[in-house]
Design a protein around this ligand. Sequence first.
Ligand SMILES: Cc1cc2nc3c(=O)[nH]c(=O)nc-3n(C[C@H](O)[C@H](O)[C@H](O)COP(=O)(O)O)c2cc1C
Length: 359
Amino acid sequence: MLYEDIVQPLLFRFDPETAHERALRGLELLSRVPAGTALLRAVAGRPPADLRTTVLGLDFPNPLGLAAGFDKDCRLAAVLPALGFGFVELGSVTLRPQPGNPKPRLFRLPLERALINRMGFNNGGAAAAAARLAAGPKPAVPVGINIGLNADAPKARAPQEYAEVLARLHPYADYFVVNVSCPNLAGLRDLQERLQLERILTAMSPANQPRRPVLVKITPDISDAQLPDLLAVISRHADGVIAANTTTSRSGLSADLGDIRGGLSGRPLRAAATALIRKIRRLTGGRLPIIGVGGVENGADAFEKIRAGASLVQLYTGLVYRGPGAAARLLAELKALLALAGFADVAGAVGSEAEDSEP
Ligand SMILES: Cc1cc2nc3c(=O)[nH]c(=O)nc-3n(C[C@H](O)[C@H](O)[C@H](O)COP(=O)(O)O)c2cc1C
């Protein structure tokens, strides 16, 4: 493979954040030159055409999205669909610009096909994101905007800040995500507590006109005791859930890697994220749409999450290890697996694992 044999070894010679910035700049450049997007589409490969699915009232050309954190500054909304994704999630965007944590803050674990990051919501803020999105063409696939909280925001102001970011970016989003699960901002995950989350979701509502679906992105480190309460709030005040963000758990990693602080993503997160999707499906009776994310690298990983209950799937770390052809290859594999298992479409497979195990 061109990417894994040539491009990736070159990119992996840079420290991970420099490699990421170069990849973003390359994509930005391609989006500006004539035929750049067509070239990218040729490199990425064509995803299968008949994986359309409708979720949250939105039509997706396929069920695979790019997860939040890859394009925090909304620089690439127009060009990312050329990589084959059926939707893209931009951000996290905070109200004010902020530099994030000191570097180094992104680490590769190639043997584990994983990353650890403690970026800390580095981004240019909501006004800059809005200006960029206003200047670009409307992307060809649904766009989600993921909202985070500034590190210096008092937690009592969280509802107003999330609402203000939504208000500024409302014209550019097909759905919004409330990120209360990033492990790299002290106290952010406390916002998953019932009352706090209720206040945030209620505050966002008046600015959300016409109404776009709102999802809550949760941590895979949530306990079984906390989960039902959290899902009750999400079911009442939001439209869906994204499971999951990165984990602070290091189970399964060797001790020396466990010393790197931050959120772990990629293959070691896969099983825990799928288990969480399964629990959510069971607790909500399949009534709450789930976007499944965590360690998805190939078609079998995506199929596993869909069968556990995810209506849509996302990836980030898999793109780093599989390269620009990741989406098209994964979707071709997924299509073959769906056909083999006798499903006519993606929607028919959602949560099907539970039916198999019924007596
Ligand atoms: C470098 C990096 C930055 C991330 N930044 C964000 C972010 O800003 N907001 C967010 O909701 N998730 C963020 N994530 C989490 C991903 O969206 C995703 O939930 C997680 O990485 C698990 O998926 P994966 O195993 O496919 O990477 C980030 C992940 C990585 C690796």
